[in-house]
Design a binder for this molecule. Structure first.
Ligand SMILES: C[S@@+](CC[C@H](N)C(=O)[O-])C[C@H]1O[C@@H](n2cnc3c(N)ncnc32)[C@H](O)[C@@H]1O
Length: 205
């Protein structure tokens, strides 16, 4: 599959990680740690829009989980495969069936699927044997008073494929998950209030 990623920030794992560190500051490490705490050892994990798979490298590797990442950026996917980490190159806007896993995770990426984010969330629920975990930015750093932060955040949220750049507010995200309320078992903010996490239980009504 040809790499369809148009966003320059998704072309290098090193650059991407540096920028995320700049944007999240002292909250950078904890944002993935909090997600990893929800995933028990020996689980299978499917990480959609995995990027450079920081969740795996920094937090899941030592827990003996069976991890697979999926991303549209061939640079990220190739790098993971070279490191011996299972990774699949896929544009998740397509209808390609997702592999099954106990936990299906998406961090900081649901906005890429607007305006029809339920299409990907429904497929995540189909693929999950236990839980779906979504962590999504709710504070728009593109409007930060610090020029370097607003410029980088604006670029980061720009189109990866041809979709238009839209973001969730906390109210918009809560509204979106209201239609999944029978499945949502937890929601809480992480990373100093920059992201909100929703945990959906597969077996709930
Ligand atoms: C903001 S990054 C998040 C990366 C990682 N989940 C994290 O939290 O550090 C968004 C990721 O979504 C990927 N992405 C965007 N649109 C996609 C699509 N249609 N299909 C698959 N991956 C996509 C990008 O390549 C990028 O790696």
């Amino acid at each position: 599959m040809k790499d369809e990623s148009r966003n320059l920030l998704y072309k290098s794992a090193t650059v991407y990680k540096l920028i995320m560190r700049l944007l999240y500051g002292r909250h950078y490490g904890r944002r993935c740690a909090r997600i990893a705490e929800l995933i028990p050892a020996n689980s299978t994990v499917l990480d959609l829009c995995c990027g450079p798979a920081v969740l795996y490298h920094q937090h899941l590797r030592h827990k003996s989980v069976h991890y697979t990442g999926i991303d549209v950026s061939s640079q990220f996917v190739d790098a993971l495969i070279k490191q011996g980490i299972p990774a699949i190159l896929c544009d998740l806007r397509s209808n390609t069936a997702l592999p099954h896993a106990d936990y299906v995770v998406m961090q900081a990426s649901l906005y890429h699927f607007l305006p029809n984010a339920s299409h990907i969330l429904d497929r995540m629920l189909d693929a999950a044997r236990k839980q779906v975990i979504v962590a999504e930015p709710i504070r728009n750093l593109a409007t930060s008073q610090i020029p370097i932060i607003s410029t980088i955040a604006g670029r980061l949220s720009g189109p990866v494929v041809e979709a238009s750049a839209q973001r969730f507010t906390e109210e918009g995200l809560d509204r979106f998950f209201r239609s999944y309320s029978t499945k949502v078992i937890q929601s809480f903010t992480i990373a100093g209030g920059r992201e909100k996490v929703y945990v959906l239980d597969k077996s709930a009504a």
